[in-house]
Every structure is written in structure tokens, then in C-alpha cells.
Design a protein around this ligand. Structure first.
Ligand SMILES: Cc1cc2nc3c(=O)[nH]c(=O)nc-3n(C[C@H](O)[C@H](O)[C@H](O)COP(=O)(O)OP(=O)(O)OC[C@H]3O[C@@H](n4cnc5c(N)ncnc54)[C@H](O)[C@@H]3O)c2cc1C
Length: 440
């Protein structure tokens, strides 16, 4: 009997998944609506469009996204092949001619005898057929409704409101202290950055005057429905005291010597390894350089290293920690897999990598083979592990970075650059072994 999979969305993750399935001789119906109906950022009729920047970021293996690309190359990624084909000079970045890149992928899809391209909008999910949902961060409205119904409306989100995340080892613990508000709870989990009036005033003035990104979610009127996730700078503009009665309120957070503070910024643990912390209530539209400049004014964060900056934009994604297993398969319906940005990974390369995981496992499921868990010491596996095992209540999308892979147990303290190289070598070797072991 012919083995068939439906893929919804011929974006980066969808095309990658189609290619990986076709390679394994599984027929694919690849559904794409853009030639009939484009979203607000699409301009080409071609598949796998890079809607914003034309770079797949660093090629330096010491950078987690550089290593991720190498892992994907080893896994025979179509998107990496297309990027190499359409490459243009950009120093250490893998930048591409976007039209040439998308044309290569579109031709590959249309010429492959296992792939049947269907230019239509899917509005309902037919769970009787194995399906990969890869409809991206701007999934069409009707499909959004149908996904919401399918997974539960509390598990499908429409926009990102992310606070910046910083590395714990970049926090100044001479200033920052550990305490929960009113010391409630068995363990004291929050880190607190205390501010006196002078420090707060300086921070406040810089915050309200900082440069914001060009986004459609920046004015109060745009954010009405998102009151609980108001960007910190918008809230600050309501008045000098608004933050000190809101996320920066000092009540119950006296210093360890018992003295009071004018304001306190709280940091909350962000990952199980306890080496990342997010700034509570700091979802923001500030540009990235401005976030670094203004947030480093917070006492104790003067040398804060940001693993991701805050953002606030339209982004459809599901609550993967609640919904998905390690194969990108829906826990509640084994015929449905998700891939791409909709799973809560973020970025072109990351989205594509999740298409590889979904397709390889979908193929194995169809062939009655054991599905495979990508190694957690690789970037692809670390990222997958992050999206399914992080705290589901505070789940927000994540890019590739070294904090999400299994930590190295180092006997002696190595320099940062040496450490990164060790992480990268281990990740690449691990993927090579994995490919060999499972004959991928
Ligand atoms: C405005 C914006 C800018 C971004 N800029 C960057 C950037 O510069 N760098 C970066 O690394 N990442 C960026 N991202 C994040 C992300 O990496 C990209 O969106 C990436 O394209 C996600 O890949 P994907 O395969 O998950 O989704 P997509 O590439 O968006 O593919 C999804 C496809 O599904 C189709 N589709 C949607 N609904 C349906 C339906 N009902 N039926 C059939 N087809 C459907 C869409 O037309 C689309 O072609 C950006 C995201 C957004 C929203």
C-alpha cells in the first residue's frame, strides 16, 4: 500500500520534512496556500521564503547555530544544500540570494516524484491521515482556529511576549540577592536586583526614551487584549510610579540586611540546568542594542550576557511541553506531528531542524520502526529537549544556544572559547554516531 503523509505548509520546515520523507520513499501531499493567498510578509510565489533577513546566521562552529547547521548538513538537510547553492559573500554568516534559495527548494519539491504539491489552503486537520503541521508563525486564520480546537485553545498562542534571558554566571551576586516575595515557599527561587531612587530614576528615563523596533504591536491600543503582557516600556510611559506598583514593586523584598528598596527587578530561573534567568515582566519592543544598554543599568546586571533578547510580535506557536513528545508527535494523537516555528523553536535554521526531527520520526512510525530521540548533547537534540521539557507555564520560543545542550562535566575551568569548541566537537561527533547507529 502507498504510504502517504500530508504536510501543511511549504515553508522551511515543511519543505525540509517533505524532502526527508521522499528520500525514505514515502509519498507526500505538500499543501501550500501562498500562491492563492499571501500573508502580510510574503512577497514571492516560491516556497521556503526567507521573509525578513537573508541570512542563516553564523557559520562559526563555536556558535551553537553554526554547529546546528553542521549537524543538519550531516543529516542531509535540503535547506542547508539550498543555502550553499545560493550563498553570497557575508563574512562568517551564511547569507543567501533569497530568490535563488527559494527557487532551488521549489524546484526540488516540484520535480520530486514522491512529492505532490497542492496549492491550496488547509482549513481543517484530517487526523485519519499522518500529517505534519508546519504552517509557521503566521498560520492562516482558519487553520489557527482548527489547531486551537484540536490541541485546546489554552495551548495555542498568537503572539510572542518574551522577556530577555540572561546567563546566571554573568550576574553580579555582590549586589543581587536570592529571595521570594515575603519569603513565601519552601525554597527561595527568585533573584532580586535592588534599586534606590537615584538608580531607578536613571533607568526609568533611559527606558522611556529608548529606541523601539518597528513593529505593529507597540502602541497601547494594539495591546489591549494583551494587557497581561504589556511591554515594559509601554507600561513605564504610563507614569514614573507605574513600574514600582507593578513588576518592579519592592514590597516583601527587603535587602538581606533588612533595609528597604525603591524598586526591585526580579529574575526567574528559566531552565532545568539553572544557568539561565529571565527578567520578570520585561517583555519589550526595545531594539536589541537598546535592551543591552538599558537593562545593563539594572544594579547587578552591568555585565549581563543575553542569550536571547525580549520580543513582542505575532507568532503562532503551541505549548509543546504539554502537547508534544520527543519526536515532535502530538501526545494525544499519534498521527499528528508539528514542525517549524509553530513548535516554539525560533529562527530559520531552528525551524528547519525541527522539520528533520518530525520527518525522520514520521517515516519510522509509518515503517513500524522505533522512533529516535536526537542526542541531547547535540544542538538539534538539545533544542528539541528544551521545547518539550521546559516549564509549560512560562513556555516561550527559543533559539539555538549552548545553554540548551547537556552541560559538559569539566574537571578544570576552561576559557569560554575553548569550552565552546569542546561543546561543538562533542555535538558533531554525537550526531555522527547517531546517524550511524540508526542508519539515518
Ligand atoms: C515577520 C517575521 C520575520 C522573521 N524574521 C526572521 C529572520 O530574519 N531570521 C530568522 O532566523 N527567523 C525569522 N523569523 C522566524 C522564523 O524563522 C521564520 O518565520 C521561518 O520562516 C519559520 O519557518 P516555518 O517553516 O516554521 O514557517 P514558514 O517558513 O512561515 O512556512 C509556513 C508555510 O505555511 C503556509 N501556510 C500557512 N497556513 C497555511 C494553510 N492554512 N494552508 C496551507 N499553507 C499554509 C505559509 O504560507 C508558509 O509558506 C521571522 C518570523 C516572522 C513572523
Amino acid at each position: 500500500m502507498k504510504k502517504i503523509v500530508n504536510i501543511i505548509g511549504a515553508g522551511l520546515a515543511g519543505c525540509e520534512a517533505a524532502y526527508q520523507l521522499a528520500k525514505r520513499q514515502i509519498y507526500v501531499n505538500l499543501y501550500e496556500k501562498k500562491t492563492i493567498k499571501k500573508n502580510s510578509v510574503q512577497t514571492l510565489d516560491l516556497f521556503a521564503e526567507l521573509v525578513c533577513s537573508n541570512t542563516l546566521r553564523s557559520t562559526d562552529l563555536k556558535n551553537a547555530v553554526g554547529t546546528l547547521k553542521e549537524e543538519m548538513r550531516l543529516l542531509d538537510s535540503l535547506i542547508i544544500k539550498a543555502a550553499e547553492f545560493a550563498k553570497i559573500p557575508a563574512g562568517e554568516s551564511l547569507a543567501v540570494d533569497r530568490k535563488k534559495f527559494s527557487q532551488y527548494i521549489t524546484d526540488t519539491m516540484k520535480e520530486n516524484q514522491f512529492i505532490n504539491v497542492m496549492e491550496q489552503e488547509i482549513i481543517d486537520i484530517d487526523s485519519s491521515i499522518p500529517t505534519i503541521i508546519a504552517s509557521g508563525p503566521l498560520t492562516s486564520e482558519k487553520l489557527q482556529e482548527s489547531i486551537s480546537k484540536f490541541v485546546g485553545k489554552d495551548y495555542f498562542y498568537f503572539f510572542d511576549a518574551v522577556s530577555p534571558i540572561i546567563k546566571k554566571d554573568s550576574i553580579n551576586f555582590d549586589i543581587v540577592f536570592r529571595k521570594n516575595r515575603y519569603e513565601k515557599g519552601e525554597t527561595q527561587d527568585y533573584l532580586n536586583c535592588p534599586m534606590n531612587k537615584e538608580q531607578y530614576t536613571k533607568f526609568y528615563n533611559e527606558l522611556i526614551n529608548a529606541k523601539i523596533t518597528d513593529t505593529h504591536l507597540k502602541e497601547e491600543k494594539d495591546l489591549k487584549v494583551f494587557e497581561g503582557c504589556m511591554p515594559v516600556e509601554v507600561m513605564a510611559k504610563r507614569g514614573f510610579d507605574t513600574l514600582t506598583f507593578g513588576p518592579l514593586k519592592p514590597a516583601g523584598l527587603r535587602n538581606l540586611d533588612g533595609t528597604n528598596n525603591f524598586a526591585v527587578v526580579q529574575l526567574r530561573q528559566d531552565n532545568a540546568a539553572n544557568d539561565l534567568y529571565n527578567l520578570v515582566g520585561f517583555q519589550t519592543n526595545l531594539t536589541w542594542p537598546e535592551q543591552k544598554r538599558v537593562f545593563q543599568l539594572i544594579p547587578g546586571l552591568e555585565n549581563a550576557e543575553f542569550v536571547r533578547y525580549g520580543v513582542m510580535h505575532l507568532n503562532n506557536f503551541i505549548n509543546s511541553p504539554e502537547l508534544l513528545n520527543e519526536f515532535n508527535q502530538l501526545k494525544s494523537n499519534k498521527n499528528i506531528y508539528f514542525a517549524g516555528q509553530i513548535t516554539g523553536v525560533e529562527g530559520y535554521v531552528e525551524s528547519t531542524s525541527s522539520g528533520i526531527i518530525a520527518a525522520i520520526n514520521m517515516a519510522r512510525m509509518i515503517n513500524n520502526e522505533q522512533q529516535v530521540i536526537f542526542p541531547k548533547d547535540s544542538v538539534i537534540g538539545g533544542l528539541q529537549n528544551y521545547i518539550i521539557s521546559t516549564d509549560s507555564k512560562n513556555f516561550q520560543p527559543m533559539k539555538a544556544n549552548w545553554s540548551i545542550v547537556d552541560p559538559l562535566n569539566l574537571i578544570k575551568k576552561e576559557k569560554k572559547e575553548v569550552r565552546k569548541e569542546m561543546y561543538s566537537n562533542r555535538a558533531i561527533n554525537s550526531i555522527k554516531t547517531f546517524i550511524k547507529e540508526y542508519k539515518l
